[in-house]
Design a protein around this ligand. Sequence first.
Ligand SMILES: NC(=O)c1ccc[n+]([C@@H]2O[C@H](COP(=O)([O-])OP(=O)(O)OC[C@H]3O[C@@H](n4cnc5c(N)ncnc54)[C@H](O)[C@@H]3O)[C@@H](O)[C@H]2O)c1
Length: 434
Amino acid sequence: MPSTKPYEDYDVCVVGLGYVGVTLAAALLSTGRSVLGYEINPKAADELARGVLDLAEPGVEEQIKAKAASGAFAVTTDIGERKLPPVVVICVGTPIEAGGTTPDLSHLRAATEALAPGIDETTLVIVRSTVPVGTSRGLVLPILDRRIPEPLIAYCPERTIQGQALAELLSLPQIVGGLSDEAGKRAGEFFGTLTEQVVPVASLESAELVKLVCNCHTDLIYGFGNEVALITEKLGLDAREVIDAANLGYPRPTLHKPGFVGGSCLTKDPYLLAHSVAAYDHTPQVITAARALNESMPRRVGERVLGALWEQGRDPAEARILISGFAYKGRPETDDLRGAPYERLLPFLKGRVKEIVGHDFVVPDARIEALGVRAVDLTEGFTGVHAAVLLNDHPGYGDIDAAGLVARMADPALVYDTWRVLPPSTKAMRLGRA
Ligand SMILES: NC(=O)c1ccc[n+]([C@@H]2O[C@H](COP(=O)([O-])OP(=O)(O)OC[C@H]3O[C@@H](n4cnc5c(N)ncnc54)[C@H](O)[C@@H]3O)[C@@H](O)[C@H]2O)c1
């Protein structure tokens, strides 16, 4: 899919048009910049070139569609060796290896190698993917400096929240770390046209670490809420009562309520941070513990649900269960399934219960069915079911007739309302309450 005009005529090349790349491209386009996208997935590239997006993110599709039509946005699947635009931003995925905890930097390596022939000493290469500390210098630099002696490299992390990415890209402070003063200055100027506040830090590594500590801290504070929940479940107390009382009018750090921690980032970035210091013979203590605790929560919920079915005199192997809330979070709403609690709950329940049906307010039915779960609406889902497990806090739960739905369930039946989205009058099991 070649671009009709020379690459260097675009203002920016965004490499990897997944969630981060496409939202950044939309933000840049909204400020009048022209963007060349480089995306190796031919289906995604073809759809994006036509302005079609497989992601629910406010304002992004409109921007991409309009600018694809005007020619300000184009996509290529083959970057070739042509000279690239003056700024290149790498947004490819940096997952952890399947079933393990080791970062998989193969996409970053491949992207950097593909870009190298098209850069010269004036091209600013910005790494935006989340990476273990030292990756920009240890992986990106050696590839680029085989091509030119002093490549301009900066690390500028993406820190937006899914569901509000476009607004946050245009308002959040942008951390900038340069390999050289010149690279830092150019990257600061670039992001200075997108957002008001640029925060320069002394090195690539400081900027890489800023991103990782932000996400690890979030994992940690959610983990503390979960720690409190597990304690109150044992003590016969209510975590939310304890946490709400602790927070009320008290001017110290706010305690977070318990719940699942999901998404593609929070579930892997602690491993990227641990990997960053493993070579220095250091293991982060609380970060590692919080991740392990948070990962255990979906299974713990599954165990409580099965235990409650037994208590009601029903063998789980005879039970039909509704899972509602497949997206990893409900607010701001998203259709993103990556790192969602169902990933650990579903394998635990499959084979232990008779049937699982599924519902989500945002995720299309086809994507639920692809998980081997029959997609249903809430009325069908509740009808005759022995357990309903609500996994996220989508605002849609506020509009349902909870009492009417519960009345359709088998007798006896149970509801597990993780986020307490149903009215207190609903007799439901809740995370953090015995
Ligand atoms: N999703 C988030 O909210 C978020 C937030 C902050 C940071 N990040 C980080 O940003 C990075 C990207 O995240 P994402 O969610 O957009 O990932 P993603 O997997 O959705 O998107 C990555 C895209 O890059 C493409 N790609 C892979 N290799 C390529 C190559 N060699 N050349 C060109 N394109 C290539 C893939 O086909 C895919 O479309 C990750 O490091 C992630 O940790 C993500």
